[in-house]
Design a protein around this ligand. Structure first.
Ligand SMILES: [Zn+2]
Length: 186
């Protein structure tokens, strides 16, 4: 394969099956370039479980430390700030707490501020102020993750009763995007 960095045909791909905490059985794809040393890692979950959704209403600081386990087919949504993170061809699996998630959204918005002007810039500034209040647990909000392969979840170790979960309905699954990888396997 051609290396995206140096352009030579020296890219090797190694596939490895591994059991990962929270994700279960996974396929780890590592691409290494023998010429320039470029390395790329990605994780795909193999096991398919029942389609499931998780909701957490963040009410106090403690809730900001709940873990978001995101498989490559998970759709994350925070309606209060109009954020939706959907699976795509470059969809990555990750484990982050709610605070880390908000930090990342904040970084993306801060990057947008530099190129925006006028009303759109003002809107982003408003959104950033709101996110800051969310991070200080001054405003309550709900974070959800829906996954047709049932890999993604929310884990609140100190207050598990705050996480609501249920099987996804057919019409909900129909509206969810999936990553290309899973799509190809069907
Ligand atoms: Zn290379």
């Amino acid at each position: 394969m051609t290396c995206p960095v140096c352009g030579k045909k020296t890219l090797r791909t190694i596939l490895e099956e591994k059991e990962l905490p929270y994700f279960g059985k996974c396929l780890i794809v590592t691409s290494i370039c023998d010429n320039c040393g470029y390395k790329f890692n990605d994780v795909f979950t193999i096991e398919v479980k029942e389609p499931k959704g998780y909701w957490l209403k963040v009410q106090e600081e403690e809730d900001l430390f709940a873990k978001i386990i995101r498989g490559s087919n998970g759709t994350i949504e925070i309606k209060e700030i109009g954020v939706k993170i959907e699976p795509g061809p470059n969809s990555r699996s990750f484990i982050k707490n709610v605070e880390g998630m908000l930090n990342e959204i904040e970084d993306v918005l801060k990057g947008q501020l530099k190129v925006l002007s006028g009303k759109r810039k003002l809107n982003v500034e408003k959104l950033l102020k709101k996110i800051k209040k969310m991070k200080d647990a001054e405003i309550k909000f709900t974070i959800s993750i829906k996954d047709p392969t049932g890999v993604s979840k929310i884990i609140h170790e100190s207050k598990p009763e705050r996480v609501f979960s249920r099987r996804l309905r057919k019409n909900e699954i129909k509206n969810l995007k999936t990553s290309v990888f899973i799509f190809d396997k069907k």
